[in-house]
Design a protein around this ligand. Structure first.
Ligand code: DAH
Length: 359
């Protein structure tokens, strides 16, 4: 073997034996660095005759190229090895149980909102939204409550400062304006719920100036009161997590529905401080509902000769108070950490119908 060949073999062996990047770099410097063995060899070309150079040049350059390529290859291999080693070291055991966050809780209203949304999603309802600051027109007029209608007085409305044209926006007094927004932008069939904040000038143990409602709206060609009752019934069973419920419908009046029905749920209050649903001799008021008034359909661009449907509105805060046994509404919005710790839920209590709404 020529001296040149044994030099190449020696260097290639050193490259193969380099265990990490710095060892490899030392081999590179010793061969290709300024004073490296191959660099020294290349320098000797300068002192050769033209004929010698013609013979040796390609040989020397061949050695240099093969060594460079071998170093590059080894470098890639070492990087892969290093990555594998790191991945091995940093492996996460995904089977370990998650540790619940020690701090912070989900507010009961948020929890109840998620529960209600899961129930209605299962019944095929989409979620619709509207703003807290609403047009007077959507909050009242298009719901068949014209400017001088006495029903406006029942709403204890917060009015905003007048616009340039004199019109005043309101803090929405109910979630019903989302019905208007939905009908103005969607073609039937419509099946939506609209949960959200609502506002009225009112403040005592069971009323807060800011509270929450959930609205439901179904518009189709043959939708009738029977469907309405079934939906309310299914909702109550799922929400209160009981096998059967008994509903009582009372005739009522809302300008935006005709006929209008208020629903009561049979319950037992014979044990002080407790309420049980599905039996007993008491009735719990659930909320208002009815068949959407043809005037409302017409004002919202729905052909009332072809379509009809129902709507209802429930108080979310009341549902939360009933289900989780909070007697007073005011602390819901006080932000008292002791109350939040007691009534709050951990972030891992995500309500789903199959895993159980509340556990
Ligand atoms: N918006 C009514 C309220 O806040 C509740 C309500 C009654 C909503 C009847 C409805 C309905 O959709 O049909 O008092």
């Amino acid at each position: 073997m020529s001296a040149l060949q044994s030099l190449e073999t020696e260097i290639l062996a050193a490259i193969g034996a380099a265990a990490d990047e710095s060892a490899l770099d030392a081999v590179r410097v010793a061969a290709l660095g300024k004073k490296g063995s191959i660099s020294d060899l290349l320098k000797t070309l300068g002192g050769m005759t033209a004929a010698e150079r013609k013979e040796n040049g390609p040989l020397f350059n061949g050695v240099r190229d093969r060594v460079s390529e071998a170093i590059a290859q080894r470098k890639r291999a070492l990087a892969d090895l290093a990555l594998d080693a790191r991945l091995n070291l940093e492996r996460v055991d995904v089977t370990l149980p998650a540790r619940p966050l020690a701090q912070g809780t989900v507010h009961p209203i948020s929890q109840v909102l998620d529960e209600v949304t899961a129930i209605f999603a299962d019944l095929g309802f989409a979620v619709a939204e509207g703003p807290d600051v609403e047009y007077d027109d959507y909050n009242f007029t298009k719901l068949n409550i014209p400017p001088d209608h006495p029903a406006r007085q029942m709403h204890d409305t917060f009015y905003l400062a007048p616009q340039a044209d004199g019109a005043r926006h309101v803090l929405r007094t109910h979630t019903s304006p989302v019905q208007v927004r939905t009908m103005l932008t969607q073609k039937p069939p419509i099946r939506v719920i609209a949960p959200g904040r609502t506002y009225r000038v009112d403040n005592d143990a069971t009323h807060s100036p800011m509270f929450h409602q959930i609205e439901a709206l179904v518009i189709d060609e043959n939708t009738h009161l029977g469907h309405l009752k079934w939906v309310v019934e299914e909702f109550c069973k799922a929400f209160f997590e009981i096998e059967s419920v008994e509903l009582r419908g009372r005739p009522s009046f809302f300008p935006f529905t005709e006929p209008s029905v208020e629903w009561d749920l049979r319950c037992d209050r014979s044990v002080a401080g407790r309420i049980e649903f599905g039996r007993g001799n008491d009735w719990l008021e659930l909320g208002g509902s009815g068949m959407v008034h043809p005037n409302v359909l017409a004002m919202c661009g729905v052909d009332a000769s072809r379509y009809q449907g129902f709507a209802f509105g429930l108080g979310l805060d009341r549902l939360a108070m009933l289900k989780y046994g909070a007697p007073d509404l005011r602390p819901f919005f006080d932000g008292d950490l002791r109350w939040l710790k007691h009534f709050g839920f951990t972030a891992f209590d995500v309500p789903t119908l199959d895993a159980g709404l509340s556990r």
